[in-house]
Design a protein around this ligand. Sequence first.
Ligand code: UD1
Length: 441
Amino acid sequence: MQWSEAGAMKILTVVGARPNFMKAAPIIAAINAHNKHNERLVAGFAGRPEPQVETIQHILVHTGQHYDELMSGSFFNDLNLPKPDIHLGVGSGSHATQTAEILKKFEEVLLEKKPDIVVVVGDVNSTLACALVSSKISFDSDGSRPVIAHVEAGLRSFDRSMPEEVNRILTDHVSDLLFVTEESGLQNLRNEGIPADKIHFVGNTMIDSLLHFKEKAEASTILEKLGFLGQGRKNGEANSSTRYALLTLHRASNVDNRDVFLNIMTGLEELATDCPVVFPVHPRTQRRIQEFGFEFSLGKGTGKHGANEQGPGMIVTDPLGYLDFLCLMKHASLVVTDSGGIQEETTILGIPCVTVRENTERPVTVECGTNTIAGTKTDAIKDAIRRQLGGNRDNGVPKNWDGRAGERIIDILVRTHREKTSFRSVFIPHTEALEARYARP
Ligand code: UD1
């Protein structure tokens, strides 16, 4: 492993696909907060010898795994993410092609930038590819390389037919610091023999983003656009008068096989005759709907509050931005999904969730959240929807899902950097200073 000159610390963060953006945003915000805190600290020493502090130099790399405005661009605006410093532009392809393209292009970036730390998030192909390059790179004849930090480590579905499961396992085993979101992750990593001193239970950066942007999402006009705002707004909060459900499906195992996809959609028919079901459709799913010639019974604006309100049926839309989707989740009666992150977001929002998969790598969302695993069979989906709509679930908040995971991660990265360098005279903030740095406005 290598470290740049004392007092300066270079962190490179990788994003690539839609679910990466909201996981990386709080880490970048925590880096900015760290640097601002240090600036203020130094300014306070005017005229006296200044304390030596580490400034973090941050480099944001976008692999381009997702590249559309709807899958990528809009998320940078919504999440206040800086423009990537480097865009690899790899685009779509088979798993092998996409991974190989990232391997080749990211190696060049590492050799040029020589970061101290590479941060990868989640479980997409970009995560694995960049972790793998970082683990084998050699910056000099001593074989020095960056420290690899994996955010959202330890999750396991125990289903190796899922590409994400392979990505998770391999990324965890080449990483040096493993940042875990839930207790199952700690246990899984211990079971796989990963040394305890590499593992840190920091919480969930996706939930940091959700808590941070929850209020801002209320300004979204998506409820008006869909005709769900019969009663308008109350104290700035949307006051949706229409009961509706929200649906997302994009997993290859669910949408690439015509029969499986049809079973799932048939399982949703009853729900769609009861209330509108908003279905923002992922590009992969859009392609399959066309190929399979599926047609849905569409909502027609026939609700009891008049022509502007939606009646039952499927409302098919393009993929939605972060704030619009968050607003829709907050006000939904039910969410049906095959996404990993949405199981976590509905848990925090207290919205019943039906997961149309055979398993979950996020068991805390079932144990203490609002999630139920329905599988992909028609009748099981119908049953799960009825149960979730009928039941009154008392959901809890998973440990450490408190909006501060990004700060904990940066704190650990700074401390690790400090321990590894010979730079000992650095100013170490005492507890109150750390608390002040982390205080939310
Ligand atoms: C990827 C992740 C998955 C994550 C999902 C979120 C892997 C293995 N999978 O799956 O874990 O849940 O992102 O969306 O990394 N496409 C576009 N525009 C884009 C991006 C993709 O049209 O901006 C289309 C392309 O036709 C592409 C297909 O979507 O072939 C699939 O994209 P890809 O990145 O291969 O995987 P996802 O299914 O999105």
